[in-house]
Design a protein around this ligand. Structure first.
Ligand SMILES: C=CC1=C(C)c2cc3[nH]c(cc4nc(cc5[nH]c(cc1n2)c(C)c5CCC(=O)O)C(CCC(=O)O)=C4C)c(C)c3C=C
Ligand SMILES: [Fe+2]
Ligand SMILES: [Fe+2]
Length: 327
């Protein structure tokens, strides 16, 4: 039986231009899973404010981090799929059983719908979708489930698709994160504080039952335990909020500012909710938040890279896939 694994991430502009950033934000922020404000009100805010005022600023930010001819998120996700393919090629004794590794994006493409269509045409009977979001949120993985439902609605004979809902507490994920942090500490030394910064979501989504917050806390506790950290050695915070409503807190920017003022000199930041470096890590943390910390008294700031194409990260993906794929 031919099987395939589709790694999924959020999506990203095709070019660092206002036109491409606008198209990406328009598609992403029109998803009702992402923004739950009543549609008519949100469309006015989106078209009058976000697409006019946010696009120029965000385009400049993408220009700063652009990697050659593409966005880091796309480059890294494609690299992850290639590395996963290599690992599959090297570990499956029976060549006919080697799964194919692909990648898709929820927004901007390559779309899951087009990827599944191609896989069906190529005779793949078993598809595993692995959203590269360790912590489940309706705003991210939930949208991927929606896209699979849409794919099924368009067919009489639906494809066999499994989805990995979450892996926030997977020992190989925690182990890979701990290893990447220890590696950083071998070169720059142990910091005064380790900040585990997760992408935020609106507080109201969490209050209404989105399990993301609890899963972030669980990841953070497991990571601290794996690193044998004491309570005073680390904190959790939430970044990348948009608009004026309350989002999950404490906010990363406020935490770093406060730490600088409290005479904490050396801080490392790790972003466990991101499987690949992207705008939110390379620009928001590496530039904006570094500047905030330094301006408020900090002296040494390191952003620990996301797991990206790290060997242990790819091995984790293969181990997760192995549980679902036919033997
Ligand atoms: C407006 C609501 C948003 C919610 C809810 C949200 C949740 C969420 N997002 C990620 C992962 C990523 N987000 C990225 C960029 C990004 N996120 C939002 C908004 C929400 N995210 C915006 C508007 C943007 C675009 C940039 C900006 O305008 O600031 C990215 C990076 C994309 C890239 O191209 O590099 C990722 C990855 C998670 C994990 C999450 C909830 C758990
Ligand atoms: Fe986001
Ligand atoms: Fe951001």
């Amino acid at each position: 039986m031919k099987s395939a694994v589709v790694l999924m991430n959020l999506g990203t502009p095709t070019e660092p231009t206002k036109k491409a950033v606008r198209a990406f934000l328009k598609e992403f922020l029109s998803d009702r899973r992402v923004v739950e404000i009543p549609k008519v009100i949100w469309m006015v805010i989106l078209y009058m404010i976000i697409l006019n005022f946010r696009v120029p600023r965000v385009t400049k930010a993408y220009q700063k981090i652009w990697a050659g001819n593409e966005s880091p998120l796309r480059k890294i996700t494609r690299g992850q799929a290639s590395k996963l393919q290599l690992l599959f090629n090297n570990t499956y004794a029976n060549a006919e059983m080697v799964p194919q590794a692909h990648y898709a994006m929820t927004y901007s493409g390559p779309s899951l719908a087009a990827t599944v269509k191609q896989l069906e045409q190529d005779g793949f009977e078993h598809i595993l979708v692995l959203p590269l979001y360790p912590q489940f949120s309706a705003t991210t993985t939930g949208s991927i489930y929606d896209q699979i439902s849409q794919i099924n609605q368009q067919r009489r004979n639906i494809p066999q698709i499994h989805v990995v809902k979450q892996y926030f507490d997977h020992p190989l994920y925690i182990g890979a994160l701990a290893n990447s942090i220890r590696q950083q500490w071998q070169t720059t030394g142990k910091p005064d504080k380790l900040l585990m910064s997760f992408h935020s979501i609106p507080q109201s989504y969490s209050d209404a039952g989105d399990p993301y917050y609890q899963q972030c806390l669980a990841t953070a506790d497991l990571l601290a335990e794996a690193l044998e950290l004491q309570k005073e050695d680390w904190s959790i915070s939430f970044q990348s909020r948009l608009g004026f409503a309350k989002w999950l807190s404490p906010y990363t920017s406020e935490t770093l500012k406060k730490w600088g003022q409290e005479n904490i000199k050396h801080v490392d930041v790790v972003c466990p909710a991101f499987a690949a470096d992207c705008l939110e890590t390379l620009e928001e943390i590496e530039d904006e938040n570094r500047e905030l910390f330094m301006a408020s008294g900090g002296e040494n700031f390191n952003l620990i890279p996301c797991l990206n194409e790290d060997e242990q990260h790819i091995a984790m993906m293969a181990a997760i896939a192995d549980k679902y794929l036919p033997k």
